[in-house]
Design a protein around this ligand. Sequence first.
Ligand SMILES: [Zn+2]
Ligand SMILES: [Zn+2]
Length: 295
Amino acid sequence: MPSDDNGFARLMKEKLAEIRAVDILPEELVGLVERVLPVQLGARDKARVTLPEASGCATVEALFAGSPLILRENFPHDFEQALGLFETLLTLLADSGGAAGQAAKTLRAAQAAGELDPAQVLRALPAGDETLFAAWRQRLPDSPRALDFLAVSSLWPGLNAAARALAPRLPENMPHDQGHCPLCGSLPYLTLLREKEGLRFGACSYCGHEYRLRRISCPYCDESDTAKLRLFRVEEYPGVAVSVCDTCSMYAKTLDFRQLGKDMLPALDDMATVALDVLAQSQGYKRPTLSAWGF
Ligand SMILES: [Zn+2]
Ligand SMILES: [Zn+2]
């Protein structure tokens, strides 16, 4: 990601233009992401996170045996900031129009009536408690992921700020034979090939950390038997492959940034390649994680 603000703004603009050119995702959603991402990045810079002492983290032996540095339910984030962002993002969602805008109005009315407590929502996500989210997916059939979006996107700046601060604590010779994130234990939402050797990385669906993965393996079930793993490509999307696993029936998109020859913004590149999700899902493969924004 380019470090200067102008570079980032230009890159975001290019990626959004790509997403709009593909014309699969509704404009409400693309416009929403366009407004939400700068808010999140600004919040990440201001997030206040308290990192645990080394004694509160997994030992090097435990890390090598596959434990994450900190369990997801204990992973540091900025709860107060997330509460504020929940309101900001709810307003952006309401203004986005369409079904998502309607869902935001329903959520706001529930909040006013005391039926929905943002603090409870923001505690349920780290705890892995699906009950509340499942109930709201049913109540909002036209925009089932509205509450997931609010929770994931509000917590992300603090989680990612913590991930960036914690990453240097991982040992340099960390093995990469596990599919999950070594910091928080969550699954990747996307995989990336980088550097001239084509090293494979996973982009964590929870804390946003990018970490090394084995080149040939399923990041979801660790299958490494090449007879069970297949890779398919689509001519219109050079540099993007879909790895499917016949053991767990999951798929992962792999973006090859050597071939794409451009800067990456994985969360947006994920949206720009949504046609490949449609294709993989039409063949019966599932994606175990949501987008970086929870939809
Ligand atoms: Zn993570
Ligand atoms: Zn698998």
